[in-house]
Design a protein around this ligand. Structure first.
Ligand SMILES: CC(C)(COP(=O)(O)OP(=O)(O)OC[C@H]1O[C@@H](n2cnc3c(N)ncnc32)[C@H](O)[C@@H]1OP(=O)(O)O)[C@@H](O)C(=O)NCCC(=O)NCCS
Length: 152
């Protein structure tokens, strides 16, 4: 499948990026538009996948937890483009950014439906975690030194 990965840059891209995130991760569970962003957006690394019509088909974000660890949040791929490697490619790009900024560990809180996806990418399940919304989440971690990404 053909797609490109980039960070949003224009006003229109940022608007579409956040709207995409909202439509896939927040709207279906009845959460308000105000939950679309958090306080870390400005200091995070954002990746979006766009198809040949420049439409967004997937997004993901990485922020630093401390000097050794990063966290992935807001991974979402359009329903029509799932299981085609888009999510894998976004995670890989986020991982590369983490390595390049000297954070060799990644943590994330995976929705139950995404646990197999992250397991396939080398993330280890550390058990259930409460993230304050009514969807079961599991904390998962990956040591980038020990578990090189699939695309490498
Ligand atoms: C989870 C999600 C981001 C995965 O994106 P994707 O583009 O479909 O993933 P990929 O195609 O890159 O999949 C990589 C591997 O995981 C597998 N996989 C992906 N989703 C899976 C699922 N729901 N169940 C089982 N395996 C899955 C793929 O089959 C592929 O395996 P393979 O390498 O053996 O072929 C996407 O399903 C999604 O947006 N879900 C809804 C939002 C969500 O829950 N986000 C996560 C929040 S924590």
């Amino acid at each position: 499948m053909n797609f490109n990965l980039k960070s949003p840059s224009s006003y229109r891209e940022w608007r579409e990026y956040f709207l995409f995130r909202y439509n896939i991760l927040r709207k279906p569970i009845g959460l308000h538009r105000s939950t679309i962003r958090d306080k870390l957006e400005k200091i995070s690394y954002h990746v979006m996948a766009v198809n040949n019509k420049e439409e967004i088909i997937g997004v993901g974000r990485l922020h630093f937890v401390n000097t050794k660890e990063s966290q992935i949040r807001y991974m979402a791929v359009d329903k029509n483009f799932r299981k085609k490697g888009v999510g894998n490619a976004i995670v890989h790009k986020l991982e590369m950014h983490s390595i390049n900024t000297h954070r060799n560990k990644i943590i994330l809180n995976a929705r139950e439906n995404a646990v197999i996806f992250y397991s396939k990418l080398g993330y280890v399940n550390f058990g259930k975690i409460d993230v304050g919304i009514d969807i079961k989440h599991f904390q998962m971690k990956k040591n980038l030194k020990n578990y090189p990404s699939k695309n490498e």
